[in-house]
Design a protein around this ligand. Structure first.
Ligand SMILES: Cc1ncc(COP(=O)(O)O)c(C=O)c1O
Length: 330
């Protein structure tokens, strides 16, 4: 199939279930009205059931991006120290650098087929930071940087708040959301942009200590549209949640296939707990060259021989393989 393969944004290649889009369409007829209490409560109840955490700990946001923005501005002040991994999701880096914080970047290192964070440097940085933010799984490596036990320990040892960005939780199947009610400084960020196929609707949520969750709701009482609330409610039925499992299984299958096929070409593809893979092509300016071959991938700051590619539609993944083959044989 002709056309550019769009593999640079970690989107889901599938549309959400019909039942979800039907509920959103229905809600369109009422967008002259602010969301009423009943609709809001139902969405919170749905997320409470999904996360297993009481709804007082949850705040719905306009995507993970805006959740991160609110947390950065609420939990740290100008001049404070903020700890983040080097390398991490672009918004985390951008916020940390542009809001006037002093940034401690904790190194990641290549650990065979995964990437790991320097544990000692992380604890050291967190002890001196008002805010520590870790994407787990990490973007762009796809690796889990922290395990549950480390998160508990890190939260205890941190001077300030510890924010764990679990945008790819559905793919990693590992979460620390359940630890939030027992902690005073642990916050989890989630999104419906990835496995739920709702990137264009902009829906995310935060699981945070009650007073933090309440403060975000208080400061942004109408930050979530009726359409987003309707989508959350419709999604949380067992039938519609099957869509998430389908997306995850499809992504798992393709990650394995891409690793196998790229290995044969002499491309190193790291293992991933997310819906994207990090590849070392060994070819300079790989991102630019792949783009010229009709495949949009994400360039990464680790090296210009490396790129990050989302798992896309079948034809997009096939096109990625063809482009890599061409890149390697030129
Ligand atoms: C680690 C991480 N957090 C958050 C997001 C933002 O997601 P959203 O679409 O909910 O703003 C992304 C998107 O790529 C991401 O990779």
């Amino acid at each position: 199939m002709a056309g550019v393969a769009r593999l640079d944004l970690n989107e889901s290649p599938f549309a959400p279930p019909r039942e979800v889009t039907r509920r959103v369409e229905e809600e369109l007829a009422r967008i002259n009205r602010y969301p009423e209490r009943g609709l809001i409560d139902k969405a919170y109840e749905a997320l409470s059931t999904y996360t297993g955490v009481e709804k007082d700990y949850i705040t719905i946001t306009c995507g993970g991006d805006s959740a991160l923005y609110m947390l950065f501005t609420m939990l740290a002040s100008q001049g404070d120290r903020v700890a983040i991994p080097r390398y991490s999701f672009s918004t985390i880096k951008k916020l940390a650098r542009s809001l006037g914080f002093r940034v401690s970047e904790v190194p990641l290192w290549e650990d065979g087929e995964w990437w790991s964070i320097d544990r000692e440097a992380l604890f050291e940085a967190a002890r001196g930071a008002s805010l520590t933010v870790i994407d787990n799984p990490n973007n762009p490596t796809g690796s889990m940087l922290l395990q549950e036990i480390t998160v508990e320990e890190l939260a205890r040892e941190s001077k300030g708040f510890l924010v764990i960005d679990e945008a790819y939780y559905e793919f990693s199947r590992e979460t620390v959301a359940g630890l939030v009610p027992e902690s005073s400084n642990l916050v989890v960020v989630r999104t419906l942009s990835k496995a739920f196929s709702l990137a264009g609707l902009r829906v995310g949520y935060v699981v945070a200590p009650k007073e933090i969750a309440e403060r975000i709701r208080y400061l942004n009482p109408y930050s979530t549209s009726r359409l987003s609330l309707a989508a959350i409610i419709a999604y949380m039925s067992p039938e519609n949640l099957k869509h998430v499992r389908t997306v995850v299984e499809y992504v798992d299958r393709w990650k394995e296939k891409l690793r196998r096929e790229t290995y044969k070409m002499g491309v190193k593809t790291y293992k991933s707990k997310a819906n994207f893979i990090l590849m070392d092509t060994g070819v300079e300016k790989a991102g630019e060259k792949l783009e010229n071959l009709g495949v949009k991938v994400r360039r990464v700051e680790i090296s210009d021989t490396m790129v990050r590619a989302s798992i896309g539609m079948e034809w997009e993944n096939e096109k990625l393989l063809e482009a890599l083959q061409e890149l390697k044989t030129r």
